[in-house]
Design a protein around this ligand. Structure first.
Ligand SMILES: Cc1cc2nc3c(=O)[nH]c(=O)nc-3n(C[C@H](O)[C@H](O)[C@H](O)COP(=O)(O)OP(=O)(O)OC[C@H]3O[C@@H](n4cnc5c(N)ncnc54)[C@H](O)[C@@H]3O)c2cc1C
Length: 389
């Protein structure tokens, strides 16, 4: 029998960051050259989510980002970090690297060419600061002994007085999302706010056979309301309006859609009594959708008041409970995460375990669709990086 001996590598350093994603890279780049920083990542390469973000063009921030674009069960927590690092601060980095970018709409800034440009800028900043990267570091375990965090797997043991958890949320497990951040948080006494997928399409079969149709609608769920594009898919409903509504939707909640938010439908029908209702509707809605709503109706003159009222209700107050969402495989983010009540809002350091920091999506802070999640990753990464400098 041949015994295989794996030599354990021992490293001592100032700071370990687990996760080479948006927040981890920002944090590492800020800390600078005076400290010895190791970034540990279980993928072979950094920033996989950055690369797939914004359809490959990374919606890296939103110039109109405000506190209203974030949710957390501790609604004041994110204010300090976001106030200290504005969207313009990140634009400065983008401009420093001469990355071509444009405003798509509603303040959303995207790379003109590729998300690779943003990743390149962040990794270059880290390299300038002398950050050490270790990829393919799988199955990491953390313990604490005598003032040091011990981070190890079967071939390396790293000892550091400071540990930053930047392991993101649970969405898109196929590119490396894991629950390690929540496990470490629990190990050190932090609570986890229940997690769920968000910025995700709804599963629903009310509009079966109509996939491909898009329209500008108003969607309401609870107290949240948004007017934007919807897209009917073969599994349900998607598009920015639905993704945004999903941030405020919990399983079992009602959703109301107004398919004609800019129009008084009742007035339109009675002002054009002799016109076929489907023809009227199809001037304002995609034809297939108009037929779906009004298929059996004629003109207002030969249709009962009850049927017209029912049509108006269907078109302007379409009420349903989605069967669910398309889940973590399709979600852009995870709502919930490490409870922020025991985390410093200025430095992201744990109040329970000095030297332990949590940044980015692993925390119970979630941004709305449109560049706000990266803004949170940059701002929280910067806050911790500055404290660790
Ligand atoms: C398809 C898609 C598109 C998106 N588009 C946008 C957009 O355009 N604009 C926007 O603002 N937001 C977007 N987001 C959300 C945004 O990508 C995230 O909110 C952001 O990346 C969170 O940053 P983070 O650093 O906290 O986590 P991440 O960027 O996810 O980084 C976490 C890192 O930790 C690593 N990791 C996880 N577990 C372990 C482990 N056990 N051991 C070692 N390493 C580990 C991961 O591999 C990853 O590299 C999008 C998300 C998705 C899924």
């Amino acid at each position: 029998m041949v015994a295989i001996m794996i030599k354990m590598e021992n490293i001592e350093t100032d700071i370990v960051i687990i996760g080479a994603g948006a927040a981890g890279l920002m944090c590492a780049s800020i800390i600078g050259e005076d400290k010895n920083v190791y970034v540990l990542e279980h993928n072979k390469t950094p920033g996989k989510k950055i690369l797939i973000s914004g359809g490959g063009r990374c919606n890296f921030t939103n110039i109109h980002s405000s506190f209203d674009d974030f949710v957390s069960s501790n609604p004041h927590f994110f204010k300090s970090a976001l106030s200290s690092y504005s969207p313009h601060d990140f634009v400065e980095l983008v401009e420093k690297y001469k990355i071509p970018y444009f405003e798509k709409k509603l303040g959303q800034l995207f790379c003109k060419n590729s998300a690779k440009d943003v990743l390149y800028a962040l990794v270059s900043e880290c390299e300038k600061a002398g950050v050490n990267f270790r990829y393919c570091e799988k199955d990491l375990k953390v313990s604490y002994y005598d003032g040091f965090f011990l981070i190890q797997n079967d071939h390396v043991l790293i000892k550091a007085p400071n540990l930053v958890i930047a392991t993101g949320g649970l969405s898109i497990p196929s590119i490396g999302a894991s629950d390690i951040g929540y496990r470490i948080a629990k190990q050190f006494g932090h609570k986890i706010i229940a997690t769920r997928p968000a910025l995700v399409p709804f599963k629903d079969d009310h509009f079966e056979g109509l996939s491909g149709i898009s329209a500008i609608v108003e969607i309401k769920t609870g107290r949240y309301s948004i007017k934007e594009d919807i897209l009917i898919t073969h599994r349900g409903l998607s598009g920015p309006a639905v993704l945004k509504a999903s941030l405020h939707w919990n399983s079992g909640d009602k959703v109301i859609i107004n398919w004609l938010p800019e129009l008084d439908l009742e007035k339109l029908i009675y002002a054009n009594k002799k016109q076929n209702i489907v023809t009227l509707l199809s001037h304002h809605l995609p034809k297939r959708l108009a037929q779906h709503f009004g298929a059996k109706l004629g003109t207002a003159l030969d249709t009962s008041k009850k049927d017209i009222e029912s049509l108006i209700e269907q078109v302007t107050r379409f009420e349903f409970i989605p069967q669910g969402t398309e889940g973590l495989k399709k979600a852009e983010v995870t709502v919930g995460g490490v409870d922020t009540s025991k985390i410093s809002s200025k430095t992201m350091e744990s109040n329970l375990s000095p030297g332990l920091y949590f940044i980015g999506e692993v925390l119970d802070v979630t941004g709305q669709l449109g560049g706000h999640n990266f803004q949170w990753a940059w701002a929280s990464g910067k806050a911790a990086g500055k404290a660790l400098k």
